[in-house]
Design a binder for this molecule. Structure first.
Ligand code: SF4
Length: 430
């Protein structure tokens, strides 16, 4: 039997679900100061919600589900005029406020104010297809050249102190090659970079063999915000990324996942936890370790863990020395650590950190037209339909209920129709 790249049966299935989750997604504004190619939201000027509206959404979230953190996203939330009050409000509810931003509007002063307001951490979205909007020096740079910009933000957070630091990037067919070096870069900065997230690109394209329906009405797929008029690779899966990372880190081993709503062995969220210093990774924490962390955290806090603080993540040595007797992967990592220190005792002074690498694989279309989403979607957000019914919906597809009143259904299209459509688009373009 062919060896699986990642075997779902050996991983811990993250316990996140609709009612009890690590994360919930909040969009106080749809305005952004960038126009990223792969973005799933329309950039709408002056679309800021009032603070009351946003607080109402938070009340609704809390009436529906437990959540360890709120990802404040958008648009870019740093453009939201009430961002400080919003952060303080989330903090006062006992939830961790995380800001998902491109970083452009972040100044040292604002960062300081946000820290005072209670922000727990930041996720910076930086990748090479973000178009114009950043200062000229970053335009046209590839993923590796952008590491200097990533480092700028990581350092900014480290100087302020005590803030969780994550980086997000969308992965396209032509940028997949850079992922291993981004993972290597993250290791070099393991003391100030807590998490790297790789999100696989998904768009509706001419060759996607489906028709789209809003209720009974067939709609033009080119009217949906997230579509491309040209062909694109939109079916990369999490295992492709693991395969790529293993070219540089052969023992890279994910530990936990969220499956697809329509496929048990899909890796919609695939989490790897590694333990090491800036110059050496001692090992990868396993499924049992993650299970223990989630269960203990839930038992203590009545919610599942999303982000850990940088202080907790810097307790790598204590983890190795205290937990080796109850976990195999810690034991394995400890052996490597002792060897590392044994050859040069001064290395014992170096801090050992835990770092997360997450791969996210959004919607996949099944052959029969079903859409496989993340089972236990963490990035669920608020939606109020035209009849005033409030709901929790997938944030990655929010444009659909906004435009059509509901999510779109898909049915398979015949191959010759797909070819005709692709041809028509090519003619229109010429
Ligand atoms: S379903 Fe969409 S919004 Fe939810 S976690 Fe998956 S990609 Fe994110």
């Amino acid at each position: 039997m062919e060896q699986l790249i990642v075997d779902s049966r050996k991983l811990y299935r993250l316990p996140w679900n609709m009612a009890d989750n690590g994360i919930t997604w909040l969009e106080p504004t749809a305005q952004c100061n960038l126009n990223c190619y792969g973005c799933y939201r329309k950039n709408i000027k002056n679309s800021h919600k009032s603070l009351e509206e946003v607080k109402h959404e938070l009340d609704f979230f809390q009436s529906q589900r437990k959540s360890d953190c709120i990802s404040i996203a958008g648009g870019d939330p740093l453009l939201y005029p009430h961002i400080l009050e919003l952060v303080a409000d989330i903090k006062s509810r006992g939830i961790k406020p995380i800001i998902n931003t491109n970083g452009i509007a972040l100044t040292k002063e604002l960062l300081h104010e946000l820290k005072k307001a209670g922000v727990f951490g930041f996720t910076f979205h930086i990748d090479s297809k973000q178009g114009h909007g950043r200062s000229k020096e970053w335009f046209g740079k590839n993923e590796l050249e952008l590491n200097e910009l990533r480092l700028h933000y990581a350092q900014m957070l480290a100087d302020e102190g005590g803030l969780a630091c994550s980086f997000n990037s969308t992965v396209y067919a032509d940028t997949l090659q850079y992922v291993p070096e981004l993972v290597e870069w993250a290791q070099k900065h393991i003391d100030i970079v807590d998490t790297m997230v790789f999100i696989l690109f998904r768009y509706i394209t001419p060759q996607l063999p489906y028709d789209f329906y809003a209720g009974e009405k067939k709609i033009e797929w080119t009217d949906v915000h997230y579509h491309a008029d040209h062909e694109e690779v939109t079916n990369l899966i999490a295992q492709d990324v693991v395969k790529e990372i293993r070219k540089k880190f052969p023992d890279f081993e994910p530990a936990a996942f969220l499956n697809g709503t329509h496929k048990a062995d899909d890796f919609k969220w695939l989490l790897t936890e590694r333990i090491g210093t800036k110059d050496k990774i001692f090992g990868y924490l396993d499924n049992k370790f993650l299970e223990m962390v989630m269960m203990v955290y839930h038992w203590k806090n009545d919610r599942y863990l999303s982000y850990a603080s940088p202080k907790t993540l810097s307790l790598g040595r204590a983890t190795l020395l205290n937990l080796w007797s109850i976990n195999k992967s810690v034991r394995k990592a400890l052996k490597k650590y002792l060897k590392y220190v044994g050859t040069n005792p001064l290395r014992g002074l170096k801090k050992v950190h835990v770092q997360s690498i997450m791969i996210i694989q959004p919607v996949d279309f099944m052959e029969n037209g079903d859409q496989s989403m993340c089972d236990g979607c963490p990035d669920i957000t608020y939606w109020k339909d035209k009849d005033g019914n409030e709901k929790l919906v997938w944030s990655c597809r929010l444009e659909e209920p906004m435009q059509y009143g509901d999510f779109l259904r898909t049915t398979p299209r015949k191959t010759h129709e797909v070819e005709k459509e692709t041809e028509k688009i090519h003619l229109d373009q010429n």
